[in-house]
Design a protein around this ligand. Structure first.
Ligand code: ADP
Ligand code: ZN
Length: 221
């Protein structure tokens, strides 16, 4: 099965996605993490992607789609975090699923107001270990040991694109190019919308519980 995480940058796709992966035994495919790893290894793909990522723009569809398809081809149960991000990517994924006998079970949309996105993303720290990629927040969700990843112990870093100017650019990109997917997946009858209150200290547990309930209802359908 495929589960898709949808939502603005910093809405919690990676954090909730990790919980869903643990619960359902899914493989976490995060396009941003794949790009960052390519950038770190200075590959051709990484060099191309970094031009867009540093400006808060999307990497072009043809590059992104073929990269995702080659990553998920051999895997049955996948959580997609950060893909699709455009209607064109969603159409490509639909064709890929039909051709490869895969089923998108649900699209979980995390709905966070823009002001809260800027607040939360500015204080985000992430795990650079490519097997992990967990996110924490120095204000809202601090790691148990300061500066260290709860999941794997790696030293946490601040992403270069998590600065207020680039965040605002990414939010604009989100509204222009990704938000239309909410309607796309509503029409496909796959959308589950969850409103997020970042000031609720139990938000991670509540959101995870709600996502699992909704996915279970669909799996049992
Ligand atoms: P966030 O959800 O916090 O914005 P990601 O780690 O998912 O961060 O993505 C970081 C950057 O990688 C994006 O701003 C974009 O430039 C690029 N990117 C990630 N996924 C895609 C995608 N599906 N299509 C195009 N670009 C992408
Ligand atoms: Zn980690």
């Amino acid at each position: 099965m495929y589960i898709i995480m949808l939502g603005a940058p910093g809405s919690g796709k990676g954090t909730i996605g990790n919980e869903l992966c643990d619960n359902y035994g899914l493989t976490h495919i995060a396009t941003g993490d794949i790009f960052r790893n390519e950038i770190k290894n200075q590959t051709d793909l990484g060099k191309k992607a970094s031009e867009y990522i540093s400006k808060g723009q999307l990497v072009p569809d043809e590059i992104t789609v073929s990269m995702v398809e080659s990553n998920i081809k051999e895997i049955d149960d996948v959580l997609l975090d950060g893909f699709p991000r455009t209607i064109e990517q969603a159409e490509a994924l639909k064709v890929f699923c039909a051709e490869n006998n895969k089923r998108i079970v649900s699209v979980i949309n995390l709905n966070v107001p823009d002001e809260d996105i800027v607040t939360r993303t500015s204080s985000r720290v992430t795990c650079p270990n490519k097997e992990c990629g967990a996110s924490f927040n120095t204000v809202f969700m601090p790691p148990k040991v300061e500066g260290k990843c709860d999941r794997c112990g790696t030293e946490l870093v601040k992403r270069p694109d998590d600065n207020p100017d680039t965040i605002r650019e990414r939010l604009k990109t989100y509204h222009d190019e990704t938000e239309p997917l909410i309607d796309f997946y509503k029409k496909e009858e796959l959308l589950e919308n969850i409103d997020i209150n970042i000031y609720d200290e139990n938000v991670k547990e509540k959101t995870t519980k709600s996502a699992i309930e909704r996915i279970n209802n669909r799996v049992n359908d």
